[in-house]
Design a protein. Structure first.
Length: 418
């Protein structure tokens, strides 16, 4: 229950700005699309740099402490976003806020997921974990749906309003974590400034051992990097792209589409149990993930093809692109819980948060490279051309999922039978 409540509150607060973040930076901040991608790339780069150091906090002081630090940092960075255009700081204010925002999210990355898995193991949970992850994503999807709709409506009043309400809700989430969460199944250790460097190296080495050197986990890390090149660009570029296809200034529609995307994700979450099956009929996780990977590629090219077809802007082409984007959300709702359960199966508890942070590190690296490069291409050519270029990286994930699955099967066959 605590996991579902915290997931819902956190996603609700985060989702308030998702439909309008790019529009806010373009209109309130006076940035170009390239500038928007640079700001978002700085956020991603900041996340990448701080993934392992903040993972140290989660794997020593505790998952709860890491989440609380993340919530506090996110409140500060969100308010700085609002203050930047009002104080006339310009792009450097957004860059500074993005660095702090990246630090805040890295405190959260892996900590909540690691806390859940440890708690499930400590309480004797023996059912498939992807079901719990699916429930969590459904709860998050509900928060995303509500937050996206509310964010779109608040943006009609003022583009800064979603950020202000977000800061308030993150404060509520901070209180919920402080009251509801306890570190079950995890033994906390003291962390001092004098020993932080040594702890960072020790935990990083453990992350390398159980992450990078694992033939099962390593392909998943590379798949995160390849997908990150496209996904982070696509998430921010679809907002101006849809308005461009519509040829209308329907900012409120961005909130509706984002809410519908989350609803599609909830539908996908609800299908996970049926797709994976039970007992002898249970499907291999890596096969499901590979299929989803090919679906991502097909849908991404389809979305870009609408803009490349040369049709006149209007409701029809925008409607087709939106329908494909929502199908994207459905597939994401299926692949997300399956991947979370799959990677956690191959990570020891003591290093869980660190390896998950390492996975996010690779995704951030792909995003940090992809966003400015594809943003530059969007300005030099068009958003659809940049979209197709980024989608080429989606060829790698399904092949890497296959490599991971085959390595897992070899490891299972070679392990001694009890």
């Amino acid at each position: 229950m605590a996991y579902l409540m915290v997931s819902t509150l956190f996603t609700l607060a985060s989702a308030l700005i998702w439909p309008i973040n790019s529009i806010f930076l373009l209109r309130e901040g006076g940035l170009t699309l390239l500038g928007v991608m640079v700001v978002n790339a700085v956020f991603t780069l900041g996340s990448m740099v701080f993934e392992v150091p903040t993972g140290v906090v989660a794997d020593t002081v505790g998952r709860k402490a890491s989440l609380l630090m993340g919530m506090f940092t996110l409140v500060v960075s969100t308010l700085l976003y609002v203050a930047t255009p009002r104080w006339g700081i310009g792009i450097w204010g957004f860059i500074g806020a993005s660095v702090i925002l990246g630090i805040g999210f890295t405190f959260q990355t892996g900590a909540l997921e690691a806390w859940l898995v440890d708690a499930l193991d400590a309480t004797g949970w023996d059912s498939p974990k992807e079901r719990v992850f699916a429930w969590g994503q459904m709860a998050s999807g509900g928060g995303m749906l509500t937050g996206s709709l509310l964010g779109g409506l608040l943006a009609q009043v003022g583009l800064s309003m979603p950020y202000i309400v977000r800061a308030v809700l993150l404060t509520v989430a901070f209180v919920a974590v402080a009251v509801l969460m306890r570190d079950l199944g995890f033994q906390a250790r003291s962390l001092r400034l004098a020993t932080f460097g040594a702890e960072t190296r020790r935990i990083f080495d453990a992350g390398v051992t159980f992450g990078w050197r694992s033939p099962v986990v390593r392909p998943l890390l590379w798949s995160s990097a390849a997908a990150g090149v496209f996904f982070m660009f696509a998430w921010y570029a679809w907002q101006p792209y849809i308005l461009e296809l519509l040829a209308r200034d329907y900012v409120w529609l961005l909130g509706v589409v984002t809410a519908a995307f989350s609803l599609a994700g909830i539908v996908g979450n609800s299908l996970v149990g049926r797709i994976m099956g039970n007992g002898a009929g249970r499907r291999d996780s890596w096969r499901v993930l590979a299929f989803c990977g090919w679906m991502y590629l097909a849908l991404s090219v389809g979305i870009a093809a609408v803009g490349l077809s040369g049709v006149a802007p209007g409701l029809a082409p925008a409607g087709i692109a939106i329908a494909l984007w929502l199908t994207f959300g459905l597939v994401f709702g299926i692949s997300g819980p399956v991947r979370m359960a799959y990677i956690n199966t191959h990570i020891p508890s003591a290093q869980r948060a660190t390896v998950l942070s390492l996975d996010a590190f690779f995704a951030d690296g792909g995003g940090a490279a992809g966003q400015p490069a594809l943003g530059w291409l969007s300005e030099r050519a068009t958003i659809p051309i940049a979209w197709v270029t980024g989608a080429l990286f989606l060829v790698a994930p399904p092949l890497l999922y296959r490599a991971s699955g085959k390595a897992a099967e070899r490891a299972e066959k070679s392990s001694p039978t009890p």
